[in-house]
Design a protein around this ligand. Structure first.
Ligand SMILES: NC(=O)c1ccc[n+]([C@@H]2O[C@H](COP(=O)([O-])OP(=O)(O)OC[C@H]3O[C@@H](n4cnc5c(N)ncnc54)[C@H](O)[C@@H]3O)[C@@H](O)[C@H]2O)c1
Length: 263
């Protein structure tokens, strides 16, 4: 397929958590396929620096944005309209790792985990919907996790939030279809992907510390394919879901998990 046109030509994409591992890989992949991109992140300096780093690939801008804030969401969507000229792809990617059993998890930690990982997707979908409707065919891609489908004893808030993202995706998809809108909504469920978030998995005190090969090996051994996922593994799936190639796919879950959920 060497003579094909870019798969995302004309698409206008907003990616949250765009300074992080998966978000920045999706941004780079979208730019290479011809989309215009706005990345947002809680860390505004990192959002701006990431956009600068990727600017050779295409048209991209970075801004600060706390996905738990309704006001920030309104500003982000307005910025998409003013800088991209509309919005046809929303990637709800920002998220945080939250560890702890249900008894270990205090109420503040629970609420913060649910707010960043789940309420954010509700807010973004609701606030972006009118602009997506004005730019059909449109696509919403929600980063859930294998942890949204398979529980662990020590990630009560993370499991709950990611399972919520999975169902919210389906409800959003069905509502858009019933309204006759060409706005598709699908969820992506990675297993261990080699980003900074894995450092949080091993953290004992909530601060990020670099992990070594032995920790990576420990995680890799848990997957049937015996390796960690790469950010490109997720970005390739996001290209497909953002493009019109996935035009008959909505309310679906795409697992990028090295086979773990097949067990
Ligand atoms: N890495 C994995 O193994 C893995 C597996 C399954 C699912 N996921 C999901 O993929 C998504 C991306 O994760 P990642 O691995 O790239 O992690 P990451 O830590 O590299 O990136 C996450 C980004 O989200 C941003 N962020 C955090 N809180 C925010 C907030 N309140 N508002 C806006 N931005 C905020 C961070 O600043 C960071 O840049 C997350 O939703 C995560 O749960 C990751």
């Amino acid at each position: 397929m060497t003579d094909r046109s870019p798969r995302l030509a004309g698409k206008k994409a907003l990616i949250t958590g765009g300074a992080g591992g998966i978000g920045s890989a999706i941004a780079a992949a979208f730019l290479k396929e011809g989309a215009d991109v706005l990345i947002t992140d809680l860390d505004d300096d990192a959002a701006i620096a990431t956009a600068e780093r990727l600017s050779d690939l295409g048209r991209i801008q970075g801004i600060g944005h706390d996905v738990t804030s309704e006001a920030d969401w309104r500003t982000a969507v307005e910025t998409a309209e003013s800088t991209l000229g509309g919005l046809s792809v929303l990637v709800n990617n920002a998220g945080i790792w939250v560890s702890g059993t249900v008894e270990d998890t205090d109420y503040a930690t629970w609420k913060h985990g649910l707010s960043v990982n789940l309420d954010s997707v509700y807010l973004g979908t609701r606030i972006a919907m009118p602009l997506l409707r004005a730019n059909q065919p449109a696509s919403i891609i929600n980063l859930s996790s294998i942890a949204g489908l398979i529980a662990g004893p020590n990630i009560a808030a993370y499991n709950t939030a990611k399972a919520g993202v999975w169902m919210l995706t389906k409800s959003t998809a069905l509502a858009a279809a019933r309204a006759g809108d060409s706005i598709r909504c699908n969820s992506v469920h990675p297993f261990f992907i080699d980003t900074g978030l894995l450092e949080d998995v091993f953290s004992k005190d909530g601060t990020r510390k670099a992990i070594g090969e032995s920790e990576r090996d420990r995680l890799a051994r848990q997957t049937p394919m015996r390796r960690l996922g790469t950010t490109d593994d997720v970005a390739y799936a996001a290209i497909y879901l953002a493009s019109d190639e996935s035009g008959f796919m909505t309310g679906a879950e795409l697992k990028i998990d090295g086979g773990i959920s097949a067990m």
